[in-house]
Structure formats: C-alpha cells, structure tokens
Write a protein that binds this ligand. Structure first.
Ligand code: CNA
Length: 253
C-alpha cells in the first residue's frame, strides 16, 4: 500500500476510535479553492500586488490611513465571492454532521467552512462578513459594507460618517474567542491541524492543549515549536484535498 493509503487508513482508524475531534485550519485549507496563502510564491500579496503586507494589516496604520488596506480588501472580497468551498471543507462539515467533530477553529477569514455547512466555527482571526463603524459601533453586513466600499473606496458609516473596519484581526489587535478555542481543544481526544504553518500565535499553541492525539496535514513550511512530538499520531505532507479524499474512502463513505 502507498504511504498516502497507509496514512489515510491510520487516520480513519483514529477517527473511528475518537469520541470527539476538533480542527485547526489555516490558509492552506483554501488554496485549492483559489485563495492563496499570504506569503508563498503564488501568495495573495504577490497575486494582488501588495508590497508591504505587515503595514497593510497593522492597526496603527489602518487608523491613520485605511485607503491602502481597502484597495487590497476590495479585491479580496471580490475573490472570496467567486470561489467555492473545497472537498476538505466539505469533509469536515460532514464529520460534524455525523457527530464526530465538535468544532473548528479557523485562522481563515473567508467563511468557506460555514459555506460548506459547518456550524460550530470559531474564527480566531475574525471574518469579512461583518464590519463595524469605528466611531459609533454600528454594524454592517458584508453586502452593505461592500456597496459602500464600491461607492466610496474607504467605506463610511451612514449614521455618523465614521470609517468602517471589517471584523478581521489586524496585527496589534487581540484575537477572538480565545477562551472558547482553548476549551474546545481541551475537550476533544483527536485534534486535526490542516493547512497551517503553525507560525502565528496564539493559534499555534492550541493543538498542544488537546489531551489526545494530533494529526497534522500540511505540505510545506511547518513550525514544530509548539507541537508536543509524543502526541503527534500522524504528520501528513500531502495535498489536503487528496489526503481527506483518501480518508473518506478508507472510512467507506
Ligand atoms: P500560512 O502560514 O500561510 O500556512 C499555510 C500552510 O499551508 C503553509 O505551510 C503551506 O505550505 C500549506 N499549504 C498550502 N496549500 C496546501 C495544500 N493544498 N495542501 C497542504 N498544505 C498546503 O497560514 P496560516 O493560516 O497558518 O497563518 C497565517 C495567517 C494567514 C492567518 O492569520 C490566516 O488568517 C491568514 N490567511 C487567510 C486566508 C484565508 O482566509 N483564506 C488566506 C491567506 C492568509
């Protein structure tokens, strides 16, 4: 049997034994959908022509001048609107509906897990589906904020004229739902990491909070700084869709 086949069989065995699992997903989960990771050779920064990514997502720079960010954001929103969830997004939605997956922690801001049908999704870096007026706190859904963005470039509040900011976590801001993410990791006996280099903290420390086994599916850069080696059941250096297709087959679905 091929290495892929063996790892898929082992993953299926771990899933059958598990009472409840969780997933931490990163940018690699959405590359097959057409949304690239940020810094890779095909990365979004290059694809959308961004020169200074750190400055773009720095909250201090956004507060001084949000126009650079919105130039990037308009193109990102348009891209997200065009793509569809991947087979792996759908596999994890199915795991949840079959009662095997307790929840997903995602570092992604593209809402593709929810669009695939997943219900319990903790967006630790926020999402683009809602924006907030920085002056009066009024909330805007994505459609309304996008219309204002198309009209004005930098969208402003219809009530008070303050600038809007999407509810995405910028560098220099606190992450969201951290306590819930920690509790989820502590409560499951199997923890998947898919498409994350585990470089960005605090998301990267979450797998180690799971008292059970860890399955990592990632092709390319991966930091082991926060991964307890004795609890890694599988380290799969494969394409995510290819691997979870094989797991689905091994489960007989
Ligand atoms: P990352 O640090 O870019 O890591 C992604 C990892 O996935 C890399 O090691 C890649 O080599 C690997 N990878 C890419 N494609 C595949 C594939 N098909 N199969 C297997 N492995 C693959 O991204 P992280 O998410 O870990 O952390 C960085 C930032 C980037 C997070 O805050 C994300 O929110 C943010 N981001 C989000 C999106 C999105 O919402 N889709 C897109 C780009 C960046």
């Amino acid at each position: 049997m091929s290495k892929l086949g063996e790892q898929a069989e082992e993953c299926a065995r771990l899933l059958r034994q598990s009472r409840s699992a969780a997933l931490l997903s990163g940018a690699g989960m959405s590359t097959a959908a057409g949304i690239q990771d940020f810094r890779g050779p095909q990365g979004l920064y290059r694809q959308l022509g961004v020169d200074e990514p750190e400055r773009l997502f720095d909250i201090r720079h956004f507060l001084l001048d949000p126009s650079d960010f919105y130039e990037f954001h308009a193109r990102f929103v348009e891209l997200v609107g065009r793509v569809q969830p991947t087979r792996a997004h759908r596999f994890f939605a199915e795991l949840e509906s079959r009662g095997k997956l307790r929840g997903i922690i995602t570092q992604n801001i593209d809402s593709l897990h929810q669009r695939a049908g997943s219900k319990n999704v903790l967006e630790i870096h926020g999402g683009i589906w809602q924006s907030t007026c920085l002056r009066c706190g009024k909330l805007y859904d994505l459609d309304r904020a996008t219309r204002l963005m198309e009209l004005q470039g930098v969208p402003h509040c219809e009530s008070c004229g303050g600038p809007l900011k999407p509810d995405v976590v910028f560098f220099g801001e606190a992450v969201k739902h951290l306590e819930e993410c920690r509790r989820l990791a502590e409560q499951v006996d199997l923890f998947f990491v898919a498409g994350s280099s585990l470089v960005v903290t605090p998301a990267a420390v979450l797998p180690a909070l799971c008292p059970g086994r860890i399955v990592v599916v990632n092709r390319g850069e991966l930091s082991h700084a926060f991964l307890p080696p004795e609890r890694i059941a599988l380290l799969v250096e494969e394409d995510i869709d290819t691997f979870f297709d094989a797991v689905r087959a091994a489960l007989g679905w």
